[in-house]
Design a protein around this ligand. Structure first.
Ligand code: SF4
Length: 123
């Protein structure tokens, strides 16, 4: 079985249904992940983590992501999967939700513009 790029070694608030990405879905980028052995437990929240500790941990995880050669691939994987927990590709779960919401709004706007153009051309 393919290992996740970052395996939480501490007890983390990651539900058991969080399935590892299959290699044919995620691509070979896992092999180059800087966080393959997340021994510091940076990428997933331990249970009942205070806000200040969470923010500090997430910033530390993002610094790791910033020097990772597969950050773009990892981020897209986490957005497409989607991965609901942890830091992936330099984004927290909340930040990924914002990116996904923006993408959905953009798709709706593009569809509306295309429909308007079709109507104008037909009319
Ligand atoms: S971008 Fe971050 S989370 Fe993704 S593989 Fe690299 S270090 Fe891990």
């Amino acid at each position: 079985m393919l290992q996740l790029p970052h395996q939480p070694l501490q007890v983390a608030a990651v539900p058991p249904q969080r399935a590892p990405a299959r290699e044919d879905e995620a691509g070979p980028w896992h092999a180059e992940a800087v966080c393959r052995r997340d021994e510091a437990g940076l990428f997933f929240a331990p249970s009942k983590e205070p806000t200040a500790a969470r923010l500090a941990r997430e910033e530390a995880a993002k610094r790791v992501c910033a020097r990772c050669p597969v950050m773009v691939e990892c981020r897209e994987h986490a957005l497409l999967q989607p991965e609901p927990y942890g830091v992936w590709g330099g984004l927290t779960a909340a930040e990924r939700r914002v990116v996904l919401a923006r993408r959905r709004r953009r798709e709706v706007e593009l569809r509306k513009a295309a429909a308007t153009e079709r109507i104008a051309q037909a009319g």
